[in-house]
Design a protein around this ligand. Structure first.
Ligand SMILES: *Cc1c(COP(=O)(O)O)cnc(C)c1O
Length: 399
């Protein structure tokens, strides 16, 4: 592989440039677009080279569970965007979280986790890690006192997402990072909703960022993947886990995500702009009780979001006037939006959290999390915003 002449020029350039240029390593063919290395293993020139490569004394690829050039390009590009020393690609967002935990936690450790994280993350901590002797306490995202009280001498990790799903609550990353540091715990942030285009948690004191690349990094709903991002020291542990246990990213998916990263900023800005416009429109609508979007000045997290994010993202929620029946009628009345729990897609999605993403919670837990029966979540895509408003109006007309 020839060296990347651009590497020297990438110091100090803007995120947009990194998103297009970082990590390129051209082969002798001189290809302009990043190639997909669809190969499970690699060959050596001779037995001595094979031995040296296996022993780690010579740089080179051995097997795609260990390294793959397309995956490496994705990793280098994402690391550059997050301002990190290293990123590691994984098979999914969940395997990014699992790999982080398996690499950096042990039996007897304790984790404090936000109550308002992706539902499957709650199950991973509450069901599977608990089975291996890792204890977890769930706390409300915004209550710093609860976080402080939950921390024990054996607390090895704090885990959270900001903004939260579906109410767009914004956590103070610097305050949580200070809390983690006081106790020598790691602060792990799921940056799926903002992506590095809008928020860089490592610069605010987080130790590790995890991603579901399935969402905005892809941006067009094609592939499942994930990533863990942080210091080389921490990532070395994660890489060792991945090489041993295998939930690695496929070369094809890495290539799709690479292409996704090239348009990340443009998409995130467009998602954010349309979401802002729709949030304002909904807030003034007679059929709407309340809107939850941290871009709105009336949202309690607005000021903090202005400080730690460059825009407010594509996900917002609102309560329709009425109960579950009205929420369902509104959803069923729309025609353009896709009724699916996924997000981070060019296609706008609409979902009823209380009976889908948060359907397995008890009624009390849902009430505590503020997820009412009349709540609807939108993940605004790239359609024209006027058409989305017209679609929501069809929903309101069906009430
Ligand atoms: C989707 C999602 C995950 C899980 O990612 P997968 O790629 O589906 O495994 C984790 N965190 C958040 C915030 C998500 O939205």
């Amino acid at each position: 592989m020839s060296s990347n002449k651009e590497d020297n020029f990438l110091e100090g350039v803007h995120l947009d440039t990194l998103a297009v240029r970082a990590g390129i390593a051209r082969t002798a063919e001189g290809e302009h677009s990043e190639p997909i290395f669809m190969t499970s293993s690699y060959v050596f020139n001779n037995a001595a080279d094979a031995a040296a490569t296996f022993a780690g004394e010579m740089a080179g690829n051995v097997y795609s569970r260990y390294t793959n050039p397309t995956v490496r390009t994705f990793e280098q590009r994402l690391a550059a965007l997050e301002g990190a020393q290293q990123a590691v690609g994984t098979a999914s967002g969940m395997s990014a979280i699992l790999s982080t935990c398996m690499a950096l936690l042990k039996a007897g450790d304790h984790v404090v986790c936000s109550r308002d994280v992706f539902g499957t993350t709650t199950n991973l901590f509450g069901k599977y890690l608990a089975k291996f002797g890792v204890e977890v306490s769930f706390v409300a995202l915004l209550d710093l006192d609860l976080w402080r009280d939950a921390i024990r001498p054996n607390t090895a990790m704090l885990f959270m997402e900001t903004p939260s799903n579906p109410l767009c609550e914004v956590a103070d990353l610097q305050a949580l990072s200070a809390l983690a540091k006081e106790n020598d715990s790691l602060l792990v942030v799921d940056n799926c909703f903002c992506t590095p285009a809008l928020q860089r948690p490592l610069a605010l004191g987080a130790d590790i960022v995890v991603h579901s690349a399935t969402k905005y990094l892809d941006g067009q709903g094609r592939c499942v993947g994930g990533a863990v991002v942080g210091s080389s020291e921490l990532m070395e542990e994660v890489v060792t886990f991945l090489r041993t246990c295998g939930p690695t990213m496929s070369a094809f998916n890495a290539w799709v995500f690479l292409k996704g990263l090239e348009t990340l900023r443009l998409r995130m800005d467009a998602h954010s702009q349309s979401a802002m416009e729709i949030a304002n429109w909904l807030q003034a609508h007679k059929s709407v009780e309340q809107v939850y979007y941290c871009g709105l000045e009336s949202h309690p997290g607005h000021e903090l979001a202005c400080r730690q994010q460059s825009a407010f993202g594509g996900v917002l929620s609102f309560e329709v006037k009425g109960k579950r029946e009205q929420a369902w009628r509104c959803i069923d009345g729309t025609q353009i939006m896709s009724l699916t729990a996924n997000l981070g897609d060019a296609k706008t999605t609409i979902v009823h959290p209380a009976t889908t993403t948060h359907g397995r919670l008890t009624e009390e837990a849902r009430a505590a999390a503020g997820i009412g029966d009349n709540l609807i979540r939108l993940a605004i895509g790239l359609e024209h915003v006027d058409d989305l408003k017209a679609d929501l109006q069809r929903g309101f007309d069906a009430l």
